[in-house]
Design a protein around this ligand. Sequence first.
Ligand code: ADP
Ligand code: MG
Length: 696
Amino acid sequence: MKLISDYFGCMVFDDTVMKSMLSEDVYNTLKRTVKDGRSLNLSVANAVASAMKDWAISLGATHFTHWFQPMTGITAEKHDSFISPDKDGRVIMEFSGKELIRGETDASSFPSGGLRATFEARGYTAWDATSYAFIKDKVLCIPTAFCSYSGDALDKKTPLLRSMEAINRQAMRVLKLFGNEDVTSVKTTVGPEQEYFLIDKEMFTKRKDLVYTGRTLFGAAPPKSQELEGHYYGVIKPRVQAFMNDLNEELWKLGVLAKTEHNEAAPAQHELAPIFATTNIAADHNQLTMEIMQKIAKKHDMVCLLHEKPFKGVNGSGKHNNWSLSTNTGVNLLEPGDTPAENAQFLLFLCAVLKAVDDYQDLLRVSVATAGNDHRLGAHEAPPAVVSIFLGTELTEILEAIEKDVPYDVKEKELLRVGVHTMPKFPKDTTDRNRTSPFAFTGNKFEFRMLGSSASVSDPNTILNTAVAEILKQFADELEAANDFENAIHALIKRVITQHKRIVFNGNGYDDAWLAEAKKRGLLNLKKTPDALPHFVDEKNVTLFTAHKVYTEREMRSRLEILLQSYCNLINIEAQTMVEMAKKEILPAVSQYSKQLSDTVLSKKAVSNGFDCTYETDTLTEIVQLTASAHANVKALEKALVGAKKSVGAQTLSVYYRDKILPVMEKLRADADALEGLVSAEYWPMPTYGDLLFGI
Ligand code: ADP
Ligand code: MG
């Protein structure tokens, strides 16, 4: 039997490989430059590239690629082979330091939101040496950032790395104040729990909606859905288990710490969670995970759906983003400590997150705004569109005691002084059970639960890191100037709790009463993507990102443009697909079946006028009405789509798609789904929800 420990990371050019293949000098220089975030000099780069090439070729690789994450949200790669002609007309395998650290690419077909003038369509990719190179499908992949020649970020990695620098800078200032002399850097950590659906490939290919859009645009609810709750944590079916085994093996080879797998709430829905990693690596690994899930599923004659809402009436898929901060000395800064000083430090970081989430609710909502995720948020299966924080009863009571200067423990009658007293212990387990909160403290990390399953984790983490960096900066400014650190920190924490406790909500986030309460508290409720996205460039947000050098204003505006545009494009494709399916498949099938019913009536009457034809005529009556309505809605949708061409600007267009296209799509779907309930299974032109959800 193969031991996991024998092959884990075997396709990764990791530290162990580097140590064994590089000279001590080169290895040390590489480590140092990576640590300091400087760029490699060419002779070191040449040595690393040569070792990387030898290693990759020994494992069967023939090509290399700069692997990057453009704004499409998926990864991009352009393969170059190692071959180079020698003077005898044969080939040798070559890979230079220059090719390792910097690649050039024609950027003109990637979304740039107007950042790239056509006269300089080239972009370049630069090695993110903190994320190891790896081999995938015989290709040496070098994780890279992607920028235009004028230095504008064209990808999701660049801003993420910048945000990690920003939070490192500010967290270090705060840690210095607490006398942490041994700490030299702070990194954020992320563990993304990935949900997905698996369905049979043959059925998938028979559904144009799934093929074109990744979600079903039609489909009546099956008699059985998820109401029995038998699927959650249920026994995994053999075919799915075989898929998971293959997936794990492939991920482990790539050094991805795939840890937990289980069935999710909906039929055919599953989850995979890795052990957390440094954020940029976690982002790379999540991107790889999504890609490999789809590849392995195909191998097993299945299709992996990563869409946020593949099936109406069935829970959609999300991606819980577990987030914390950790020092290079291995201290989790969101872990309550044992001494008064450790506790004060913990409370300060906790309050920084509290204030960041309250001050930048809009940005967190923006970071998860997509057409797909709009179907989930607030639909009683995922958190609402209102951002709030769950802290759990104990921690909330501790904060209240500090705010109000009352004893936390009535028996002891002692007031809780930050920096003087240790915090009362609170049980960790009780913090984790409220699944309805968008942003929950789970003992030693926060879990941001609004992300959609197909999203890159880079955007939300870029925002989270930058927002927390800003608050840490404000804290550091204030505390560095204070004469009496102990009093200053107590006063600061007290003030933050008083001013931002409105963001704390420990109750049921799915409850409508919460929405009313949230409104009273003045919290934002940005319901749909077109409501949320424009806030990205609000003045306070531009100030935030530019101050911390995470985005320039130009980059922000171009990103907004891309996000709005893709919202519109997506709905446009969905609407076009609906029109095509209705006209070419559903309505013709219904018409055929109507003929069958009328023929039956005629032939029955031919035998005897007294024969009962109630079934046929009743059904036919309903079908005729619904067909007329469906036909009218197809026409209305076609007209609305033509009307979209008149909207000027991505923002106006996004509102148009939300208000004028989506509602008509809903109406057409309602007609078609009702027809599905009337038409003989033999005539229905595509696999049903029952087939799709219970087909494996
Ligand atoms: P759950 O009860 O939700 O299963 P777990 O403790 O198992 O909670 O963690 C879920 C995810 O959170 C895992 O991916 C895990 O690696 C991640 N996680 C745990 N600690 C941290 C941390 N300090 N920073 C980031 N993610 C973390
Ligand atoms: Mg979780």
